[in-house]
Ligand binder design. Structure first.
Ligand code: VAH
Length: 315
């Protein structure tokens, strides 16, 4: 069976539902800190589980005979800056526990999300490569860099099949994002529909790597289904997709909602965004496991507004 941690989160809800479509509900165990929310996940099973409780996690793995784990539970960049020590604990210890379980032969495969937050000072802003020096300046970026090194260690030393993607900012409509720096690009759509205007906490010309959730989920499944021998990266694969500024996104929204207006009041997350690249070179993923994308900024904007109008009308 497959276990997803953080299954009620922004990535988790959509990844869980896709895994159910592929493997069947009876083979998917969703887990999260919150109470079960039937309409959020179609998994056959749900375990209310604190991933830092290593004994409980080990018991769940054994009880359900889990062989693959998608470990998504984590604190994002904004929240991590506010709770550094808890962020370090939550973002690292459960990953190590899953790697230990795999080393003991209890797990066959692990997916773990890293982030473009691992990049920081001293590198060009554009088209950042797979093997540039990692100089993260945020708690979140430091935790993700450390996690990548642990993934590589367990692969090199024990052959643990742990696979990872450095996600850019992810945009989706099914589940709100939580505490991220790129979340302006999610909130803006809700407010464009509900208020006709949005105050962005990221300045107008700050470009960041972004991707529509559909493309991120497809990339994740492609990586996980790739033959192990094809993989040349054992820290985490760059993934770039789109790159745009709040101003460019607002222009796209105005094509669908002409009266939409945006203004800017930056907060502490501007400094985080300034430390990150503007665009990513993801050619290694394209070569190793045929990474591709379906949504450009225009197709994403149309799909977001179409689906959010329906979702928000039901409220
Ligand atoms: C964040 N959405 O903003 C996440 C992501 C690259 C950004 O890691 O923290």
């Amino acid at each position: 069976k497959i276990l997803i941690t953080g299954a009620l989160g922004q990535i988790g809800t959509e990844l869980t539902n896709r895994l159910v479509e592929i493997h069947g509900a009876e083979n998917v165990v969703a887990s999260g800190l919150d109470r079960w929310d039937k309409n959020l996940t179609s998994a056959g099973f749900y375990e209310r589980m604190d991933v830092t409780n290593t004994q409980l996690v080990r018991q769940v793995i054994k009880d359900y005979e889990i062989t693959t784990v998608y470990h998504l539970a984590s604190l994002l960049s904004g929240t991590s800056e506010k709770q550094p020590l808890f962020a370090w604990k939550l973002n690292l210890e459960p990953l190590l526990n899953f790697c230990e379980l795999a080393k003991e032969g209890l797990l066959k495969k692990i997916f773990w999300p890293s982030s473009i937050a691992v990049f920081g000072k001293g590198i060009p802003k554009e088209n950042v490569g797979q093997d540039v020096v990692l100089n993260p300046t945020t708690v979140y970026g430091i935790s993700k860099m450390a996690g990548e090194k642990w993934c590589e260690y367990y692969f090199d030393k024990y052959g643990v099949d742990v696979r990872s993607i450095r996600y850019p900012g992810l945009i989706s409509w099914k589940t709100p994002a939580g505490g991220g720096t790129t979340d302006y690009a999610v909130e803006i759509f809700y407010e464009a529909i509900e208020e006709g205007k949005y105050t962005s906490f990221i300045s107008e010309n700050t470009a960041m790597p972004m991707l529509y959730m559909e493309d991120a989920i497809n990339a994740t499944l492609k990586l996980m289904e790739a033959p192990k021998e094809n993989l040349t990266v054992h820290t985490s694969y760059n993934l770039g997709g789109l790159s745009f500024t709040p101003k460019q996104l607002a222009e796209e929204i105005k094509k669908e909602i002409p009266e939409f207006t945006i203004d800017y009041t930056t907060d502490f997350r501007q400094a985080i965004a300034d430390s990150w690249p503007a665009s990513i070179d993801d050619s290694v993923g394209k070569k190793d496991w045929n990474l591709s994308y379906d949504y450009d900024i225009s197709a994403m904007t149309k799909d977001m507004l179409k689906n959010l109008r329906v979702k928000l009308a039901d409220k």
